[in-house]
Write a protein that binds this ligand. Structure first.
Ligand code: BTN
Length: 256
């Protein structure tokens, strides 16, 4: 296999799929975009792209995703949506990232629907899956690893944090990448093998919203109510203030 085709790191990682090709870059526009470009050139599912910094990192809802070069995990994995639970791919990646962080440092990581990882109510990671309607998608995970809120743009400082800031010590970004690859491989195979309730239970155990009052902005609408739980298809069940149950596909949640 030539270096342009990436390295098969599965034996080293102990994975079945994730890491089938591993591409490490110094700087790139976006690992999601690079993973999709590689796929157009024949890269298989399980391909991973990791970079030290992104020049056009992509966040949810068309937002930017900024990083501190060399101090954040910026990783995308090409995966096919699992047939039993296509809507759970983003949540599965969030779960794997939470497990990977906790495997390396003793901080309790919560998952906020649909794609945020929080510690102490502050965001330290996000997930964005992108790709064509047919075929594999790039599941992109960004984790603020080593740093402090002051390293972030002013508008984010109050709401965001870093793993090292919460844990009280720095950790190797590469070690977190390997741990995440292994955890994602496990969670992904649980979904592929039909163990959807098991995965949803693990997500529910880390749910930052269940039982909490929230505002949800969905398109031009804002709903206020109490988050009930994640559903098996990845949607959020909410009880609005009139007592009606509402199922949400997407939206921006604010904890009240
Ligand atoms: C969000 O919370 O808005 C999602 C952020 C996802 C960021 C990651 S970093 C790696 C991958 N490449 C990107 O351009 N975005 C995702």
């Amino acid at each position: 296999m030539s270096p342009e085709q990436g390295i098969d790191r599965r034996p080293q990682l102990g994975t079945r799929l994730v890491g089938a090709r591993w591409h490490q870059r110094e700087a790139i526009d976006s690992t999601n975009l690079e993973a999709l470009r590689l796929h157009e050139r024949g890269a298989p599912v399980g391909t991973v792209v990791v970079t030290d910094t992104q020049t056009a990192g992509r966040g949810r809802l068309g937002r930017r995703w900024d990083d501190v070069p060399g101090r954040c995990l910026l990783m995308s994995v090409l995966l096919a949506a699992p047939a039993h639970a296509p809507g759970l791919l983003t949540a599965a990646a969030a779960l794997a990232a939470a497990q990977a962080i906790e495997a390396l440092v003793p901080v309790p990581v919560a998952i906020k629907w649909p794609n945020d990882l929080l510690v102490g109510g502050r965001k330290l990671a996000g997930v964005l899956a992108e790709g064509p309607a047919e075929g594999p998608v790039a599941v992109g995970i960004g984790v603020n690893v080593n740093g402090a809120p002051e390293d972030l743009p002013c508008d984010l400082r109050e709401r965001a944090t870093f793993v090292s800031h919460e844990a009280g010590r720095e950790l190797a970004v590469a070690a977190l990448a390997d741990e995440l690859a292994a955890r994602l491989d496990d969670v992904y195979h649980l979904l592929v093998d039909g163990h959807v309730p098991t995965v949803v239970e693990c997500i529910a155990a880390r749910d930052a919203l269940a039982g909490r009052r929230v505002d949800v902005r969905a398109g031009s609408q804002t709903l206020t109510g109490t988050a009930v739980r994640w559903l098996d298809d990845g949607r959020l069940l909410l009880r609005d203030d009139d007592g009606r149950e509402v199922v949400l596909d997407a939206g921006e949640v604010t904890l009240l």
